[in-house]
Design a protein around this ligand. Structure first.
Ligand code: ZN
Length: 251
């Protein structure tokens, strides 16, 4: 009898121990599992978002000229387009491919303005100031009035040879010129959607006026290289924003 009781108690003890240790094991496993999960989550939060940018700050394609960045050196490698406008020779093939692409899509593009030297811009300022004086304005006011419509010499992207103003011939022949509504035409839409495939972006976007310092210009395209252009387009970035991001990651 005493033996039976002893065996029963021993079995009960062994049974309880198994249940107890099994529970403890489960707890430890659960805790370890959870803590590993937490560590991974924390780690994930700490890791900076990995973005691989196609461009580097010192790439010639990303040269920034705006109100804060005066052009340092004017280009010497210019090439004449068939109509006589000049552009940087390195973008010649890309630009002609872009014009051909537009033609295939049914749009005949014409260049309104391309490379402009600092001297030419100075001459334009002087000419418009003189016109205003001739029309009766005092000298200081005449220059201010002229500058309402002009870029300060040295601060225009047209000095780079990488910027071109293009319009559709049909639009131009209607007597219209560089107007915002060009962006609403089929040609304007085609340019906005397809310029990036040839390495160009619409430089002055709608809604980014405070960043670029320039009003929306659906006709002003700027070469930045195909990969940069595709990236900027996809992420809705203007050159100032893109360059800023590259600076932040030290590229
Ligand atoms: Zn322009």
């Amino acid at each position: 009898m005493a033996k039976k009781i002893f065996i029963t108690i021993t079995c009960l003890f062994i049974g309880l121990s198994i249940v107890f240790y099994a529970n403890e094991y489960k707890k430890i496993k659960a805790e370890t599992g959870q803590s590993t999960k937490e560590t991974t989550q924390v780690k994930k939060k700490e890791e900076p978002k990995k973005v691989s940018y196609p461009g580097k700050l010192d790439d010639w394609e990303l040269l920034l000229v705006n109100e804060q960045h005066k052009i340092k050196e004017e280009p010497t490698n210019l090439k004449d387009l068939p109509d006589g406008h000049k552009i940087d020779s390195r973008i010649y093939d890309n630009f002609t491919a872009f014009v051909d692409g537009a033609k295939k899509a049914g749009f005949d593009l014409t260049v309104i303005s391309a490379y402009r030297s600092v001297k030419e811009q100075e001459d334009i300022v002087e000419r418009d100031t003189e016109t205003n004086i001739y029309q009766g304005l005092p000298e200081n006011e005449a220059k201010d009035k002229a500058m309402e419509y002009l870029t300060v010499p040295g601060l225009s992207e047209h000095h780079t040879g990488l910027a071109i103003d293009v319009l559709d011939v049909a639009w131009y022949e209607e007597g219209k010129t560089l107007e915002e509504d060009f962006g609403k035409t089929d040609a304007g839409k085609w340019i906005a959607e397809n310029a990036c495939h040839y390495g160009f972006v619409i430089r002055y976007q709608k809604g980014k006026e405070k960043i670029t310092g320039i009003n929306y210009e659906p006709w002003h395209i700027r070469y930045v290289g195909k990969e940069n252009a595709e990236y900027m387009n996809k992420n809705n970035l203007v050159l100032e924003e893109y360059v800023d991001q590259l600076k932040k990651v030290g590229k």
